[in-house]
Write a protein that binds this ligand. Structure first.
Ligand code: GAP
Length: 461
């Protein structure tokens, strides 16, 4: 986390947490038992939003191009995978513990980064930020969760929950080459859960011990790696801004030599201006031939590409855009969150890109009489089949609009007295608040057209 320049004009994290709970996006996990530190469950709208984020990622990887294939590998893999990848020996963070009153544990690197961000000397003496106590010497703490296969937890049965999805891609390189009819440059993409026993999880869903990643390993001829690294940095920045993130809240930061992971020769992070400051949203690394070479060495398999045309044999280099589903979701919510004054009243609205919005259109009968609910249900059914719709009958119309605004529903359709007479409804736009009279016939097509339009939102850049 570079952690500089806090978001002054955006929402605080507390407001985001409150909205997510109030509107059923995200709940603290095991809440009825007092919770289990920094673990969260996703409610109905959270699931829909998360699915849309993942679907947009698959669209960018698979449907918008033809040089990437998909995979879904196991979470528990042979432990040799983690020996070869370097995670068993090197995937650790420096842990320091307070020797004073509070006994809290901290990541030493984070404490030093925070001091540097405030203009202090990061190499100087550090103390516990909580109680000012002395800190222990740092010790390396491996982040992998260990468990056992089989009924007895004995030596030789240890396995690990994967800390990244990437290795499941490398160990399938040969399978994919054989069966997917691909040749470099090509990519293998995967979305799935990863697990890290983080020393200091926190900032809501920003850093948790169980999270989802969207990772793609792009295999290319070694001399093309630089060009593809540039390509993927551009593509991934574009993905976020096209889905509505303000360009001014995003930055691309290149890692310094002391920050690089053991496998990387160059990495740039896409950082987002979260409420707690600029922090990593996605890393785009040049992993070179590190992983394929290591797995070839440890498994004895040849993991290389033979180009029949040129007769050349080589180990492809890898460019890896690695994103977090949960972090992306948090960034989309933070960026979309807005509070404004409308006719003397405060309105909270999530200005989500319509493609991300959990519900695309809410159908609301204006009053509960004259067969209106029946007519509204018909309209709802006709929309539900074509576009994500929700039927909303409860409470005053103002209350219903407030609810839909807070979950980011871009359009509201109200059925009123005129509907029975002329077959039209009122269509309300979440962002402009304009209301227009439109015929029920063709309503689904109209909304689908608006959904497909290249929407960059009304948010200032
Ligand atoms: N395969 C490379 C890799 O895993 P990473 O930078 O450690 O790289 C990639 O992770 C992305 O996964 C991060 O940019 C972040 O979005 C997400 N991520 C990593 N650790 C996380 C955590 N503890 N909680 C939530 N998301 C996390």
């Amino acid at each position: 986390m570079s952690g500089t320049q806090e978001q002054q004009d955006g929402p605080g994290l507390d407001e985001i947490v409150a909205l997510c709970k109030r509107r059923g996006f995200i709940f603290p996990s095991s809440e009825i038992y007092g919770g289990v530190g920094s673990t969260y469950d996703f409610g109905h709208y959270g699931v829909l939003l998360k699915n849309n984020v993942k679907d947009e990622w698959w669209r960018a990887m698979l449907r918008d191009r033809d040089d990437i294939v998909a995979i879904d590998s196991a979470i528990i893999q042979n432990p040799r995978v983690w020996e070869a990848s370097g995670h068993l020996s090197g995937f650790s963070d420096p842990l320091v513990q307070c020797l004073g009153k509070c006994k809290r544990r901290w990541r030493e690197d984070h404490l030093r980064e925070a001091i540097a961000a405030e203009g202090g000397d990061p190499a100087g003496e550090i103390h516990c930020p909580q109680c000012g106590g002395e800190l222990s010497e740092p010790r390396q703490f491996n982040l992998m969760f260990e468990t056992h296969v089989g009924p007895v937890a004995e030596s030789g049965t240890e396995v690990y929950l994967r800390p990244e999805t990437a290795q499941g891609i490398f160990i399938n390189f040969k399978n994919v080459l054989q069966f997917a009819r691909v040749k470099p440059p090509f990519g293998i993409a995967q979305i799935g859960k990863s697990f890290r026993n983080e020393i200091t999880p926190g900032n809501f869903i920003f850093r948790t011990r169980e999270f989802e990643q969207m990772e793609m390993e792009f295999f290319c001829p070694p001399d093309e790696a630089g060009r593809w690294h540039e390509h993927w940095m551009e593509e991934r920045m574009r993905w976020y801004t096209e889905l509505g993130i303000r360009p001014g809240n995003l930055t691309l930061r290149e890692h310094g030599p002391d920050e690089l992971s053991h496998y990387s020769s160059a990495t740039s992070d896409i950082e987002y201006r979260f409420p707690m400051g600029y922090s990593e949203l996605e890393g785009i690394a040049n992993r070179g031939d590190f992983d394929l070479t290591q797995h070839a060495k440890f498994s004895g398999e040849k993991l290389e590409y033979f180009d029949q045309q040129s007769g050349e044999r080589y180990v492809p280099h890898v460019i890896e855009p690695a994103a977090g589903v949960d972090r992306a979701l948090l960034a989309f919510i933070v960026d979309a969150y807005d509070v404004e004054e409308v006719e003397g009243r405060s309105r909270t609205v999530l200005r989500l890109h319509p493609r991300l919005a959990p519900v695309k259109v809410a159908v609301m009968p204006l009053v509960n009489r004259d067969g209106m609910p029946e007519r509204a249900r018909e309209v709802y059914r006709s929309l539900r089949e074509r576009i994500g719709a929700e039927y909303d009958q409860g409470g005053s119309i103002g209350k219903r609009y407030r609810r839909q605004d807070e979950i980011g529903t871009p359009w509201g359709v109200t059925i009123d007295g005129e509907t029975a007479a002329d077959g039209t409804v009122t269509l309300r736009d979440r962002d402009s608040l304009t209301q227009e009279r439109v015929p029920i016939d063709g309503l689904a097509d109209l909304l689908l057209d608006r959904l497909a339009a290249d929407w960059r939102g009304p948010k200032p850049g």
